[in-house]
Design a protein around this ligand. Structure first.
Ligand SMILES: Cc1cc2nc3c(=O)[nH]c(=O)nc-3n(C[C@H](O)[C@H](O)[C@H](O)COP(=O)(O)O)c2cc1C
Length: 146
């Protein structure tokens, strides 16, 4: 199984989640930063997983650019999954979150979402991640490839 995990990360928390997801999947797994992928020239894969920090209720700019450039032909009919890192709490809900926007973009290009998007909680702007989030990421990864 060929799996591509594309992430962005300012303070390293989303990167840790991306690597935990990648580490839990057997197969040909690539974990790459969005700024290092040429979305227009992608090798075919079976699953694309995209994750971003939530910044102002949205994915980061490198993730948005990756999604904008990603051709529908690279996504159509393959499994797609989205995740983000975010604060917990009611206040931030007003702005929405990155994962739902990533998922919507991947689905609009014809990807098959599996299973629902995931949120991983940071306890402050720079982290750290809430306890147990890396383990939760690994078990989500197992669900995705099931
Ligand atoms: C400028 C800025 C805006 C942010 N906006 C939100 C937000 O709208 N909602 C939220 O839940 N978290 C927000 N956060 C918290 C980030 O999601 C958090 O810093 C991020 O998960 C850290 O991930 P990283 O270590 O991979 O960069 C914001 C952080 C920054 C620096």
């Amino acid at each position: 199984m060929r799996v591509l995990i594309v992430y962005d990360s300012v303070y390293g928390n989303t990167e840790q989640i991306a690597k935990a997801i990648g580490g839990a999947i057997d197969g040909e797994v690539r974990v790459v930063r969005a700024s290092e992928v040429d979305a227009a020239r992608m090798e075919p894969v079976d699953i694309i997983i995209v994750g971003s920090p939530t910044l102002g209720g949205r994915p980061s700019q490198p993730i948005q650019e990756f999604l904008d450039k990603l051709p529908a032909t690279s996504v159509k009919g393959i499994k797609v999954a989205a995740f983000d890192t975010r604060y917990s709490g009611k206040f931030v809900k007003i702005f929405g979150f990155a994962a739902e926007k990533i998922a919507a973009s991947l689905e609009a290009k014809g990807g098959t979402p599996v299973p629902t998007q995931r949120a991983f909680i940071v306890t402050g702007k720079k982290g750290p991640l809430k306890e147990g989030e890396l383990e939760r990421a690994a078990s989500w990864a197992k669900e995705i490839v099931k």
